[in-house]
Design a protein around this ligand. Structure first.
Ligand code: HEC
Ligand code: HEC
Ligand code: HEC
Length: 382
């Protein structure tokens, strides 16, 4: 398999391409901060983590690291000064990256401007704050085997597998985890909760996954191209805008080809309300939608170009009410796009709006959202 960015002329340019595919920048750059200088706060179930500086500053960054040390940190989660790294850093996926790709990434990282920015202590809760306990975790959950192409699949699908499971680390958000944060190996890519959002089932299951998406539609979505299904938002907006939208057409099509041929896994995520309760909620939601949302998204959900995206037929509506609830209670920062404000509405009203929008604009989806679900999502925001 040719290395990533094989058509580019230098090792450093190839490394920049690998950094895009692996989406290293968003986690390692604070809002408004210098690229790769760290300081981004990442919320995990075990407490808040602050990403370190990975610019080549010799004292506060990785300037003094050898290629070998860098490769061990990225693929094995072992850093020279700290020892074992927390799997918040996506090394369980990066473990599948080839030597050629990691070495190019090293060349690139050493070429960027060094920034002085000391590392901050991690504020994890007990017992997760004890780094050496990670040794036990790794024994059970860390599969550091290298990527092996499957000879029964064609080169395109293997290329897609290498990207999805390795550098592009899609599993980090889309594969469910057990209570200790290890991947649930019985449901690879079948959907998981991340930052309060539901990162949907990427297997081609017709009811709960991407069964109704064509390869072209998956390609368009990952490339950030306009589509009648609506674009990525929330955490997935970063993945596309910073990462997959910068990859070659061949690489993005390979990912779509890989996802399309996966074995479908059914993974129902939300339980429908009983019929009468659902209908009453949808009726209340209609009124609340008109009052709060229609100014931007229009009564019909058609949206207004330059003001708000269309909701009617949006892919998010079919999937999970929580992906409608989250934008409403937390807002969407847009990152280079127009932002959506957070709304101060009570929990029941937010649930009603989610049920209405999904039912009326998402093709008759059953009502599933409840005030309790909204309250739980709200509690996790802080
Ligand atoms: C999902 C967020 C995330 C992504 C994506 C990510 N990192 Fe990290 N990275 C972290 C966090 C958090 C730590 C600190 C872990 C710890 O303290 O145990 C870290 C640690 C590191 C370290 C160790 C630095 C030190 O001072 O110990 C290096 C090197 C590193 N990352 C490089 C990369 C590279 C290169 C990429 C892209 C291939 C990348 N990271 C992608 C979150 C991320
Ligand atoms: C940081 C977490 C994160 C990562 C990494 C991530 N995703 Fe997502 N993804 C999400 C979330 C959250 C959503 C829901 C928002 C949306 O639909 O745009 C989503 C939505 C999607 C959807 C839309 C599915 C649907 O049914 O609506 C597709 C397709 C997708 N992701 C593919 C991928 C692929 C392929 C990768 C790897 C290149 C990837 N994702 C990496 C979090 C992530
Ligand atoms: C002030 C204008 C405005 C109002 C009012 C508004 N939105 Fe939005 N909405 C936006 C914008 C802009 C985006 C795109 C932001 C982004 O994705 O970063 C958006 C995105 C969304 C999304 C994610 C889809 C996507 O592709 O980004 C959902 C779901 C949503 N809005 C639902 C609602 C609901 C429900 C209400 C009423 C409670 C509402 N919005 C009110 C402007 C608005």
């Amino acid at each position: 398999m040719p290395p990533l960015g094989a058509a580019l002329s230098s090792e450093v340019e190839r490394g920049a391409y690998v950094a895009r595919a692996a989406d290293c920048a968003p986690c390692h750059t604070a809002p408004g901060g210098k690229a790769f200088a760290g300081g981004q706060v990442l919320k995990t179930d075990f407490g808040a983590m602050t990403s370190p500086n990975i610019t080549p500053d010799p004292e506060t960054g990785i300037g003094g690291w050898t290629q070998e040390e860098f490769s061990r940190a990225v693929r094995e989660g072992v850093a020279p000064h700290l020892g074992l790294l927390y799997p918040t850093m996506s090394y369980p996926s990066y473990a599948k990256m080839s030597d050629a790709d990691v070495n190019a990434l090293y060349a690139y990282m050493m070429s960027i401007p060094p920034v002085r920015a000391p590392r901050q202590e991690q504020e994890l809760s007990f017992p997760f704050n004890i780094r050496f306990l990670l040794a036990g975790w790794r024994k059970v959950f860390f599969d550091n085997s290298e990527f092996v192409p499957d000879s029964s699949l064609n080169d395109t699908v293997n290329r897609g597998a290498y990207l999805v499971l390795g550098a592009a680390h899609c599993a980090e958000c889309h594969t469910p985890r057990n209570a200790l944060g290890g991947f649930d190996s019985s449901k690879p890519l079948a959907g998981a909760v991340i930052d309060g959002y539901w990162a949907p089932n990427l297997t081609p299951d017709p009811k709960t996954g991407l069964g109704s998406w064509s390869e072209d539609e998956i390609f368009a979505y990952l490339s950030g191209k306009p589509s009648s299904r609506g674009g990525p938002f929330g955490p997935m907006h970063d993945v596309v805008a910073n990462g997959t939208a910068h990859l070659t057409e061949g690489d993005v099509r390979a990912m779509a080809a890989y996802l399309s041929q996966l074995k479908p896994i059914e993974n129902a995520h939300e339980i429908p309300l009983d019929r009468a309760a659902g209908e009453a909620s949808i009726a209340r939601g209609y009124v609340a939608y008109k009052a709060n949302c229609a100014a931007c998204h229009r009564d019909s959900g058609a949206g207004v170009r330059g003001l708000a995206p269309a909701l009617s037929g949006h892919h998010a509506l079919a999937v999970a009410s929580q992906n409608v609830v989250l934008p409403v209670i937390a807002g969407l920062s847009g990152k280079g796009r127009i932002a959506m404000p957070a709304f101060k509405l009570n929990d029941q009203t937010v649930a009603d709006i989610a049920n209405y929008v999904r039912n009326a604009m998402g093709g008759g989806v059953d009502a599933t959202a409840t005030a309790a679900q909204v309250a739980a999502a709200r509690a996790k925001l802080h």
